[in-house]
Design a protein around this ligand. Structure first.
Ligand code: AHR
Length: 493
C-alpha cells in the first residue's frame, strides 16, 4: 500500500523547542557511579568522567540534563555533596549508601563537558523552601551570602547560572519520601518558589503534577502565578516490581497513553487561563519503568538492602532494549513536536545505564536503539514545524488495538531545508509513502535507522545490529519504509 503524505511547508505551525531532547540522570544503580563518573577507571579523564561516555553524549548535543532525581532527591540534602569533606549518607529512597562524592560541582562539570544546561530537582520531601533557596544561592548568586561564598571557596568564582529548577519530584505518590497531599502541595510550592525567586528572580520553576485534576487544580490555584512549567512523568511498562517488559506490538499502544497525559494537562491549563504562561515539561519519560522491587509501595521492602540493590542490575541487560524502544522514542518525540506550542521541555529517563540510551560496563559501552533516534532527530530535524497529514490510513495491530502504521512530522530548518521524520511502526510490512510538498526540491538525503527485526538490540558482541544507514532518496517515486524503521529525510531546495 502507498500512503500519500501531504506537506505544506508554507503553513508554519509552531517552533519546536530543542529542550524536548533533554535527558535525566539519577543517583540510581550505575547511572552516576560507574556510568558517567568513575574516577578510577582507565577510560576516565582527569575529572573522573568516563571519556567514552562523554563522547557518546556529546554526539547527541543534549540541551539540558535533569539531576539528581527522581525519588532519590526527596531525601537528598545538597549541602552533603559540596566541599572538600563529603560524608556518606544513607539514601532512604533506594536504601543504599550515597558517598556524596558526586555533588553539585561535579554535576556542573559534567554539564560543561557535554555542552548541556543543568536542571536541578530540589528536595520537596524532607527538604524545606529555605534549603531549596540556599541551593539557588550556592549556584546562582555571584558573591552575597554564605552559600555563594562557599561556592567561591570551593573553587568556582563564577556562578553556575542554573536556569531550570524543579520544586520536588513525584511528591504526590505514597512511595515518595515526604509525600504530600493536594492541599499541602500548592502552598508548599508557593512558599518554595517565593524564596527561590527572592534569590534569583530569573530562574524557571517547575512543579510536579499528575494527570489528576484535584492535585493540579490545587497546585495551579496556589502557585500557578509563580511557576513556569508543570512537570509530568510517564513510563508505559509498570515494571518496577516485575521487570516484565512489553513486546513490540503492545508497546505501540504507549504513545496514545502519553498523549492523553499531555491533553489532560493542556486542558487544565486552558481552563485556568494559564496556557500562555505555564508550559508542560515531560521531564521523565521512557517506554520502560525501572525495575526496583519492593520500593515502589514499600510494602515489600527487601530487608536485605544489598540484595535489593543487586536485583536492580536486571535493568542493565542491553538485549531488553529493542526497536520497540526506538520506535516509541521517535513516536514520543513526534508527539512533543506536535504539541510543541505547550510541551517545551522533556527528559528521557535515564540517559546512561539502567533503561537508558547507553549501556555502560567496566569494559566499554553499547549504543542502544533509542540512542540513534536522538542522534537522528536532534541532529537532522529542523525546528520550524509545518503542516502535514497522511491522506490514507494503514493500521498495524498493537496487541488488539489498531494504530496508524505511519507517524510523520515535517519541519523546516533555518536554511530552508525541509526535514521529514517518518516512522513505519509495522513490525512485518514495509510502507510506501508518496510525498506531496508545496515547493519543489532538487534532491534528498536519507538517514534510516534499520534493524534485522523488531526485537533486534545492540550488545557488546554485536554493537551495530541496529544502526543508521545514509544515502540519497530519489524524489521521483514513493519513499520505501522498511518494517519497524525510523527515517529522516533532508530535502534540499
Ligand atoms: O523508577 C524510577 C523513578 O520513576 C524515579 O526516581 C521517579 O521520579 C519515577 O517514579
Amino acid at each position: 500500500m502507498t500512503i500519500t503524505l501531504r506537506i505544506d511547508e508554507r503553513r508554519a505551525l509552531h517552533d519546536v523547542d530543542p529542550m524536548i531532547y533533554g535527558q535525566f540522570i539519577e543517583h540510581f544503580g550505575r547511572q552516576v557511579y560507574g556510568g558517567i563518573y568513575d574516577p578510577s577507571h582507565p577510560l576516565s579523564d582527569a575529572d573522573g568522567f568516563r571519556s567514552d561516555v562523554i563522547a557518546a553524549l556529546r554526539r547527541l548535543r543534549i540541551p539540558v540534563v535533569r539531576w539528581p532525581g527522581g525519588c532519590f532527591v526527596s531525601a537528598y540534602h545538597w549541602k552533603d555533596g559540596v566541599g572538600p569533606d563529603r560524608l556518606p549518607s544513607f539514601d532512604k529512597a533506594w536504601c543504599v549508601e550515597e558517598s556524596n562524592a558526586f555533588g553539585t560541582d561535579e554535576f556542573m562539570r559534567f554539564c560543561q563537558k557535554i555542552g548541556a544546561e543543568p536542571y536541578l530537582c530540589t528536595n520537596a520531601g524532607t527538604g524545606t523552601p529555605e534549603e531549596m533557596s540556599d541551593w539557588v544561592e550556592y549556584c546562582n548568586e555571584p558573591r552575597r551570602g554564605r552559600w555563594a561564598r562557599l561556592r567561591i571557596a570551593n573553587g568556582h568564582a563564577q556562578p553556575f547560572s542554573v536556569r531550570y529548577w524543579s520544586i520536588g519530584n513525584e511528591n504526590y505518590t505514597g512511595g515518595e519520601i515526604g509525600a504530600k497531599t493536594a492541599q499541602q502541595w500548592g502552598p508548599f510550592v508557593r512558599e518554595s518558589a517565593k524564596m527561590m525567586r527572592r534569590v534569583d528572580p530569573g530562574i524557571k520553576i517547575l512543579a510536579a503534577a499528575v494527570p489528576d485534576v484535584d492535585w493540579n487544580l490545587a497546585l495551579l490555584r496556589s502557585a500557578g502565578d509563580l511557576i513556569d512549567y508543570i512537570s509530568i512523568h510517564g513510563y508505559f511498562d509498570e515494571a518496577w516490581e516485575t521487570n516484565v517488559l512489553s513486546g513490540y506490538r503492545k508497546s505501540l499502544q504507549a504513545p496514545a497513553r502519553f498523549e492523553q497525559s499531555i491533553v489532560a494537562v493542556r486542558g487544565l491549563l486552558c481552563a485556568l487561563g494559564l496556557e500562555h504562561r505555564v508550559r508542560i515539561a515531560f521531564d521523565e519519560w521512557n517506554l520502560r519503568g525501572w525495575y526496583h522491587p519492593g520500593i515502589a509501595d514499600f510494602s515489600r521492602l527487601d530487608p536485605d538492602h544489598d540484595h535489593a540493590a543487586a536485583m536492580r542490575a536486571l535493568n542493565e541487560i542491553n538485549t531488553q532494549y529493542t526497536m520497540a524502544d526506538a520506535v516509541f522514542a521517535a513516536s514520543f518525540l513526534h508527539l512533543c513536536m506536535r504539541h510543541g506550542d505547550m510541551v517545551t521541555l522533556a527528559n528521557f529517563s535515564p540517559t546512561v545505564c539502567g533503561r537508558g540510551l547507553i549501556g555502560v560496563s567496566d569494559t566499554g559501552l553499547v549504543l542502544r536503539p533509542a540512542y540513534f533516534v536522538f542522534d537522528l532527530l536532534r541532529n537532522r530535524m529542523g525546528t520550524h514545524l509545518v503542516d502535514s497529514y497522511a491522506q490514507d490510513m494503514a493500521t498495524v495491530d498493537a496487541d488488539g488495538v489498531p494504530v496508524a502504521a505511519l507517524d510523520a512530522v515535517a519541519a523546516l530548518r533555518e536554511d530552508g531545508v525541509l526535514t521529514v521524520s517518518l516512522i513505519n511502526k509495522d513490525p512485518e510490512r514495509a510502507v510506501s509513502v508518496q510525498l506531496h510538498t508545496a515547493l519543489p526540491y532538487a534532491c534528498a538525503h536519507r538517514f534510516s535507522l534499520v534493524s534485522p527485526d523488531a526485537d533486534s538490540a545492540n550488545d557488546f558482541d554485536c554493537p551495530d545490529r541496529v544502526h543508521v544507514e545514509q544515502g540519497e532518496q530519489p524524489l521521483s517515486g514513493p519513499v520505501q519504509l522498511a518494517p519497524h524503521s525510523v527515517i529522516v529525510l533532508q530535502m534540499m531546495p
